[in-house]
Design a protein around this ligand. Structure first.
Ligand SMILES: *Cc1c(COP(=O)(O)O)cnc(C)c1O
Length: 459
């Protein structure tokens, strides 16, 4: 490994250099993300309406388009200290393997027991629920990382945690489920017979393997029909991007310390929270016209919200009980093919990132899952970390960009988000190793079915 003199292999911030406030990109956006709409009246959701579903302080954060910096409460900063700062790693070994003149950095968020960046927002949301004196929270989880992170945060603060887990994951990832139960959460496979919306979905689609959209509907129903409960969501919402800005703020502080400036910033995009967090301070500079960066969102070719979706008001859930969000969407009825293994299954996308993409501040690309697992394996063999399949989407594009630099001889600086580890995804790795993994790309007809369910909202 040929290490540059002044750049450590891993850059960690000192405790005194850690961010004390989250950064809200919306404050610097000229065109603000469109508001959530009440699905009945098509009017913007009010504070009062939203507080029936979400905690009060989180609703304030959700609706606040103007405050640039929001102080991180001391209790949350203390929790962050257990696993933050996360390392910013110079991928010297990967560079050497690729024989690229590019400089590759990754911010590694898998360094906590939950195994992903989701803990950054889970602790914040659990904290505000506790502060409000609630008994507990409900949520959905897909691959299980969010449920794991939330159950850890709830255990820490003594809150009850009810998780609706997409049925296909519940069955394929029993170990994830047991981690959540270890932290005291109750875990129900979704769709289930325990809610009205679950029973309705089961009646209409017997044998369905579920989707995030179904699980969201169930979790919201349980929160709104049980005293002392609120619903929390692990991605997509403005408040989640706000909390995840800690990733980007740490990254930028570490880079500034060593005079490193990224040319390209790459992140995988499911609902957009890790990418929104990683790019936050960089996008802020871009929005204020201070600096330019190339920012790339990477999504699976099997669930291509940005690259093939429509920018429209749509439901966030299959049961159509949640507010409407204006976003790049495949339609709330879109369910990715069951042989899609790599996470990032949500049909929509953060409204903030959707607006930024629409306004040309970032790019998006899609990758096929076998090429994602090839990149994951290549990365694991040289950098040691076994990446989450979601994270490997970003690795794929980072490697491709580094290989382009090899052709052109450009010494670009590439930064990507390594959102988590893949130890609970070994069934997918097994499929890949056995040559049983296929690439399913939805046809235009498949997508048209999802688009048909997007409500006609003239806004
Ligand atoms: C949830 C998750 C993602 C995708 O969610 P975003 O909100 O788009 O960040 C990516 N990587 C890992 C490891 C995850 O757990």
């Amino acid at each position: 490994m040929n290490q540059e003199k002044n750049i450590p292999y891993k850059i960690y911030l000192e405790e005194s250099e850690m961010p004390t406030a989250w950064y809200n990109m919306r404050a610097d956006m000229k065109v603000k993300p469109a508001p959530l709409l009440n699905p009945g009246t098509l009017q913007p959701m009010t504070f009062e309406e939203l507080t029936g579903v979400f905690c009060d302080d989180l609703v304030r954060q959700e609706l606040d388009d103007d405050t640039a910096f929001v102080e991180i409460p001391k209790e949350i900063r203390d929790f962050y200290k257990m696993y933050r700062p996360s390392p910013l790693v110079r991928a010297y070994c990967l560079e050497e393997k690729l024989q690229t003149p590019a400089k590759i950095y990754y911010k590694f968020e898998g360094n906590n027991t939950s195994g992903s960046h989701k803990l950054n927002s889970a602790i914040a949301q659990a904290y505000y629920a506790k502060k409000q004196g609630l008994k507990g929270v409900t949520t959905e989880t897909g691959a299980g990382q969010w449920g794991t992170a939330l159950s850890m945060a709830c255990a820490y603060l003594g809150l009850d945690c009810k998780v609706y887990m997409v049925k296909v994951s519940y069955e394929q990832k029993p170990f994830r489920r047991e981690v959540m139960r270890t932290y005291g959460a109750s875990v129900t496979p979704s769709p289930s017979e325990t809610t009205n919306v679950g029973r309705k979905i089961l009646a209409e689609h017997p044998g369905t393997t579920g989707s995030l959209g179904c699980a969201i509907s169930e979790a919201v129903e349980v929160a709104t029909t049980n005293e002392g409960y609120r619903y929390v969501l692990g991605s997509v919402l403005n408040q989640v991007l706000l909390h995840q800005s800690v990733i980007g703020l740490e990254t930028k502080a570490a880079m500034d310390k060593y005079g490193i400036v990224p040319d390209i910033i790459i992140g995988c995009a499911g609902g957009g929270s890790n990418l929104g967090g990683l790019i936050a301070p960089f996008m802020g500079q871009k929005l204020r016209g201070e600096k330019d960066y190339r920012i790339v969102a990477v999504e699976p070719a099997s669930c291509p919200s940005f690259t093939r979706g429509k920018f429209a008001y749509d439901f966030c859930d299959t049961g159509m009980i949640c507010p409407l969000a204006k976003m790049y969407t495949l339609g709330s009825g879109f369910i990715p093919s069951p042989n899609h293994a790599g996470g990032l299954r949500f049909h929509g996308m953060s409204t903030i990132l959707s607006q930024l993409y629409h306004d040309g501040y970032m790019e998006a690309t899609s990758v096929e899952q076998t090429s994602v697992f090839e990149a994951a394996e290549q990365f694991a063999r040289v950098e040691g970390i076994l990446p989450a399949p979601e994270s490997a989407h970003a690795i794929r594009v980072a490697i491709d960009e580094a290989l382009k630099c090899k052709e052109t001889g450009e010494e670009k600086t590439i930064l990507f988000g390594l959102t988590g580890t893949g130890y609970f995804d070994l069934v997918a790795y097994e499929k890949f190793h056995n040559g049983e993994m296929t690439d399913y790309i939805p046809t235009d007809e498949d997508l048209a079915k999802g688009f048909a369910g997007i409500p006609k909202v003239d806004k």
